[in-house]
Design a protein around this ligand. Structure first.
Ligand code: SF4
Ligand code: MG
Length: 333
């Protein structure tokens, strides 16, 4: 027979969620695709934070990265191309009790979804937004995206992309109210994990650009950065990410960067070689749209309870007020 304490321990053990509890079906991305590493980092993070799967939502648009919600054993919404952000904002506004994550590709975010991207940054709702940047449209078979490097041959630009690639970091840091901007690479999992953790802890829209390998169509694209650690600039600060000693031994190119310094963040964002990784900017003082718009919003459960109570009250029988004493005017002054 179990004592009370043993019973409590057993109950706690039953509630603990392992990584399998967050894992959906086997991911069907190509072998070696960087999306696998991002998925693993997120599943680890959900397990470590013990996020309730029934209170967690992953929202995506269209593209290889947008398969993400299918592989999480949480709620998910696989939306329309470029429309992940307005869907996530709608969820956030009506259900502030949910943990909302967004996964978009570079085409999804920086091309058809650009207007939503800019306005979502300005609205600064409490979301973790991950942009998987492989510099190509993978799902539609090697079409040039806004982040495809100039000169790179694609199926839509067989003579090479004509324009210089758009820089999502400088674009983001130029938007009013942008409150959290970071860059990660999926092939440094420790740092990716730490950045996701910091993004989740930030109240406001956390934008993470994740450089992501697409071995199927962009096999060479990140090879130079991956094989030469001097091509990576590790950002560290006590108010940002503090990389481990092992990481610092590998990536000797380092900068102490205070994420509160917007001017320096914009300069760092311009860097292409070496590639900066870490938190570029964070400002926790910028208000979230949901707090300005509906400061008194209650959770759905509260609203449903109130609605039901109101409906039941219609059929309740309540004692009527006693009649006013004779001679009185029946009203209070
Ligand atoms: Fe990944 Fe590229 Fe394959 Fe898409 S096409 S699953 S991005 S490797
Ligand atoms: Mg892409």
């Amino acid at each position: 027979m179990f004592g009370l304490n043993t019973q409590c321990v057993l109950e706690l053990e039953e509630e603990y969620r392992s990584i399998e509890d967050y894992s959906g079906p086997v991911a069907r991305w190509c072998p070696g695709c960087g999306d696998h590493a991002i998925l693993t980092a997120i599943q680890r993070f959900c397990r470590d934070e013990q996020l309730p799967p029934e209170k967690t939502v992953f929202v995506s648009g269209i593209g290889c990265a947008a398969r993400f919600p299918h592989y999480m054993n949480t709620y998910g919404f696989h939306g329309l191309h470029g429309r992940a952000l307005p869907i996530a904002e709608g969820i956030r506004l009506r259900r502030p009790d949910l943990h909302v994550f967004v996964n978009m590709g570079d085409g999804d975010c920086c091309s058809i979804g650009t207007a939503h991207w800019i306005h979502a940054l300005r609205m600064n709702m409490n979301l973790v937004v991950m942009m998987h940047d492989n510099a190509i449209y993978g799902l539609t078979k090697k079409q040039a995206s806004p982040t495809t490097p100039a000169g790179f041959r694609t199926n839509t630009t067989p003579r090479g992309a004509y324009l210089k690639a758009l820089n999502p970091l400088t674009a983001t840091l130029g938007v009013t109210n942008a409150s959290f901007v970071a860059q990660a690479t999926e092939w440094i999992p420790e740092l990716l994990y730490d950045i996701i953790k910091a993004a989740y802890a930030h109240r406001g829209l956390s934008f993470i650009r994740i450089l992501q390998r697409c071995p199927h169509f962009m096999d060479e694209h990140f090879k130079a950065i991956m094989s030469d650690p001097s091509k990576t600039l590790l950002l560290s600060h006590e108010n940002g990410i503090q990389p481990s000693e092992q990481l610092k031994k590998i990536y000797k190119n380092q900068e102490e960067h205070d994420p509160a310094n917007l001017h320096r963040a914009r300069e760092i964002a311009e860097e292409i070689d070496p590639v900066p990784v870490g938190i570029l900017y964070r400002n926790p003082e910028i208000p979230c749209y949901e707090d300005l718009r509906r400061p008194q919003i209650r959770s759905s459960a509260d609203r449903i309870e109130n609605m039901l109570n109101g409906a039941f009250d219609k059929f309740g029988i309540f004692p009527t007020a006693s009649p006013a004493p004779s001679g009185g005017n029946g009203s209070s002054q």
